[in-house]
Design a protein around this ligand. Structure first.
Ligand SMILES: Cc1ncc(COP(=O)(O)O)c(C=O)c1O
Length: 448
């Protein structure tokens, strides 16, 4: 009998050839850590709506969705049309243009905390800018982040602690950077209260649904506590909405949970599937980027500078503006949420019927998976157990993904991002693929 891996290799011959070329060009053969895959990743040729096709002609239900950028699915016609029209006008003016104003205004209309906006080229740059603004505004250096919360590859925020050492570190970043970073356990309001008590903190930054887009869920009550405690102690509250923005609601997690931060960082959906990011927030903070005529002291000693060749690139602005307008009309976030809920119910029903040790859950249109242990199942869709979900057992991760590729599903980590282009057919195909993949894992004795 052919093994899961042998089938994966047999189905992906052209991908293997490309991977061997890539191995001579890129470290690990890839251009993003999350795309590294053993023995080699799939190479994608084209995508449409909720699906993509690889160079060997295999079709997948896509749950990566451009690393979360594609709430509207691949190639939404309105976005494609606006992008084409912008391309015809020129790809980069190096000057101000009308589309950037409309794009910025659209962000202000949608995001509750947004009184002013500044565009960047990525989410990493947005979190970098948000911290610099917070430090300039408060005159304080210390920043608090939560354990495992991801904010891009920003020098300060990639700092993490070890089990035996609470001083954050990250290879390649000077240890001195981390004298101003405190990493706290996620979801512990008392730890936050103690860390804020000396009133020396510039900002608290977090992912509003918990680390790694909710793989480690965060109770929304923590957001309300963080809002209250930062306000009391003069620190700024930054919500990193790079994933959740324009996904959990047109106004993101801050709208959905009714908690307005001082600043929020955005990217991904913001730019409609093209590159782009922004910081949005209170005018009195954002205006620390303002240049003031003849005020040399302000310009040289108080404001923060901000450049960036591709900030508000007109093609990205056209795609982003069109995507945001579609989302603001309503229905897109709800459709994606409803499909994610149907998928979670479908997977859990199948797991129950087939006595699979695992469970699925979702928050909004982001779904996650436990596999390989007797995981609690949510009563509805969101994680509601007292214990932390453990995800997919490490030894199952690769075989599960090989098997799912063999049956036509591309996961993101332990789950995925659902778009408004996904529907009943994708739910059905995914549950069928999972049933087959579980059968394959069992056949190889990998799963009970
Ligand atoms: C919550 C969060 N913040 C920041 C980033 C960094 O964004 P980018 O990849 O655009 O630099 C990411 C990327 O996945 C993210 O998930």
């Amino acid at each position: 009998m052919t093994s899961i891996l042998e089938t994966y290799e047999a189905l992906h011959g052209k991908s293997r050839t490309l991977a061997s070329r890539a191995a001579r060009v890129f470290p690990s053969g890839v251009t993003h850590d999350a795309r590294a895959f053993s023995p080699f990743p799939i190479y994608v040729e084209r995508a449409e709506g909720p699906r993509k096709w690889d160079v060997d002609g295999n079709e997948y239900v896509d749950y990566i969705g451009g690393h979360g950028a594609l709430l509207l699915g691949h190639n939404r016609p309105e976005v494609m049309e606006a992008t084409r029209a912008a391309m015809e006008r020129g790809t980069h003016f190096g000057s101000s243009h009308d589309l950037e104003i409309a794009w910025g205004q659209q962000v202000i209309e949608m995001v509750p905390c947004a009184e002013r906006v500044r565009f960047t080229s990525s989410g990493t740059e947005a979190t970098m800018m948000a911290l610099r603004l917070a430090r300039a505004y408060t005159g304080r250096d210390r920043v608090i982040k939560l354990q495992d919360h991801f904010h891009g590859w920003n020098d300060l925020l990639v700092g993490r602690t070890r089990e035996d050492d609470s001083t954050p570190f990250s290879v390649g970043v000077p240890a001195s950077f981390y004298s101003t970073l405190t990493v706290l356990p996620s979801g512990d309001p008392r730890a936050l209260q103690e860390a804020l008590a000396p009133r020396d903190v510039a900002a608290v930054i977090l992912e509003p649904t918990g680390a790694h887009w909710g793989s480690h869920p965060l109770d929304p009550s923590y957001l309300h506590e963080a809002r209250r405690l930062t306000e009391e102690t003069g620190a700024l509250f930054i919500m990193d909405e790079v994933i959740t923005g324009f996904r959990m609601a047109p106004g993101g997690a801050q709208e959905r949970y009714g908690v307005t931060p001082d600043l929020s960082t955005h990217a991904k959906i913001l730019a409609g599937g093209l590159p782009g990011g922004c910081v949005a927030g209170r005018a009195d903070i954002m205006d620390f980027i303002e240049l003031r005529d003849s005020d040399h002291d302000w310009n040289d000693r108080q404001r923060i500078s901000h450049q960036g060749t591709f900030n508000a690139n007109p093609v990205c602005a056209a795609a982003g503006l069109t995507a945001l307008r579609l989302i603001a009309q309503g229905g897109e976030c709800e459709a994606a949420d409803a499909t994610a809920a149907a998928l979670v119910r479908g997977l859990n029903e199948m797991f129950r019927a087939e006595s699979v040790p695992g469970s699925a859950w979702a928050v909004s249109s982001m779904w996650h998976l436990n596999l390989g242990y007797d995981a609690p199942m949510p009563v509805e869709v969101e994680w509601d157990a007292m214990s932390e979900p453990q995800g997919v057992e490490a030894s199952l991760m690769r075989p599960l993904r090989w098997a799912l590729y063999n049956h036509g599903v591309d996961l993101m980590g332990n789950g995925g991002m659902v778009s408004s282009a996904h529907g009943d057919r994708e739910v059905e195909d995914t549950v069928t693929a999972f049933r087959a993949a579980i059968g394959d894992l069992r056949a190889e004795g990998l799963l009970a």
